[in-house]
Design a protein. Sequence first.
Lengths: 358, 275
Amino acid sequence: MFYREAGQFKTSYAADQAAFPLLEDRIGIAILLLVAVIAIPLLASNFFLNTIMIPFLIFALATIGLNILTGYCGQLSLGTGAFMGVGAYACYKLTTTFPDINIIVWILASGIFSAGIGVLFGLPSLRIKGFYLAVATLAAQFFLEWCFIRVPWLYNNNASGAIEVPTRTLAGIAITGPTADPLTRYFTVLVIVSVLTLLIGNLIRGRIGRTWMMIRDMDIAAELIGVRPLAAKLSAFAVSSFVCGVAGAMFVFLWLGAAEPSSFNIRLSFQILFMVILGGLGSMAGSFMGAAFIFILPIVIRMLPAALDLDIGAATAEQLNFMIVGALIIAILIVEPHGLARLWAVFRQKLRVWPFPY
Amino acid sequence: MTEAATTGRDTILDVANIEVIYDHVILVLKGVSLTVPRGGIVALLGANGAGKTTTLKAISNLLRAERGDVTKGAILFEGEAIQAMSPNALVTRGCIQVMEGRHCFGHLTIEENLLTGAYTRGDGWSAIKADLDKVYAYFPRLRERRSSQAGYTSGGEQQMCAIGRALMSRPKMILLDEPSMGLAPQLVEQIFEIVHEINAQEGVSFLLAEQNTNVALRYATYGYILESGRVVMDGVAEQLRQNEDVKEFYLGVAGEGRKSFRNVKHYKRRKRWLT
């Protein structure tokens, strides 16, 4: 009923291979974009933008980054937090060393540094697989976190050991720093996340993405067909770390405003990994769903007692929060072990054949 | 179904008009019915993707692991509905599946593999030991390789190991999926010979899914032919072997030279009437 594919004929390969070949999907994406660009800025308060939308988009991008590596290329990584940190510290060094160059350029450029570090720590993936690789990337996590603490050059010898975001402008409007308007930062994040999502989505649908998926599904068969595992795995590490690095730079520059090494600890890595698993390994839409579930749901639950005039202590509410979110994660994974994206795919398939059962 | 399948003996397995859907949306079996008489060997034949493995997995309740579901029909094992049972409960009841592609435990030795088959039994070591000797008597080759890791044995030995392992649970019925896969014709013959022997001496019933129609019909008593999720033909094995259509479409030997396309269409139409 909602997906009427009848009559949607394709007359060219280009039309057939479009990112969204179905008219209904195009309408859906257009509605989502319109909501993000028009409805949210008009209706949302600064608080809503600051605590929900901006971090949600940044986490979604980081999740996409890890999804490239874990979901599409099958390489388990626990170093996401550190790679985000590399992006953040690189961006800080770049913008304090060259303050005149636009901050957007530096946010994107910091991804390149992160990609380089990612490739370096991705080298062991040629020899080790699965859990062992997770342990190797865990080493990256601890080593880089150590660097953020012990190398004063990274934070310009600040007494506090933290990095603070300086004010940077674009066409006279402050984008980063304490004076930047949440709406400006929201639009900046939205544009970067949308553009990168589109680019990565197309990268995955193409030749490079297919080689990643070949490595994931059966690395030996991929090798037999002529895929170079070295190139495929390292490119996955590079692109993944690039995206994570950009997300990390935005994490500090467009959301937190200041960061210390503990912002990028193992907790962050796990949080992103859970977003990937819950959203669905190997799904772009799933990355957004996973980020929304893990990040937004606890905030909503935290606000519920106040909204319902329930008088429970803050500590109790926080405990309840952990319990409810934990139980929901388990419940969803029991219902659908392949994550929210698969749940949506099954639902969509049902809509396509409705009113028939199959 | 027909009297030939049921007369004189009681049935051990009765599959009545089952429908299987994968992933909530893909219809795979469109009403398959079959019966296995106690102590019989029934062959389930058909091309790739006809639904043979799905039928076996529906019986042994392994479908849920692959996001499949039996949505219609009933499966009775010894007169008892078994759809709600877990695969392991089914093993204790005496119905065990030997999966396609062997699935031996690679790091265990052949003997350890065979002993895992006795996992559900509670009748003591001496009984298990006796059964182990019996399995070695059926498969002398396994005795020679008893201390080598299953992962390093040949395909034929692994297939023997898988059948022997199933036998160790003292089953009443074995669901045998593609025992001939990837084996030399001589070994296929040997394995079917042993299956026949086990059937005759232990009274174990077999439901075997096979691509190798020729061999399967020589050892089976009754056969069903599946095509795209439906039973298109069934009959006593000997009759199926003589049947011109089966010969042409599944054995690959044409009766009278080349056939015209019109006859093929005619055959398809006739087949629809048979179901």
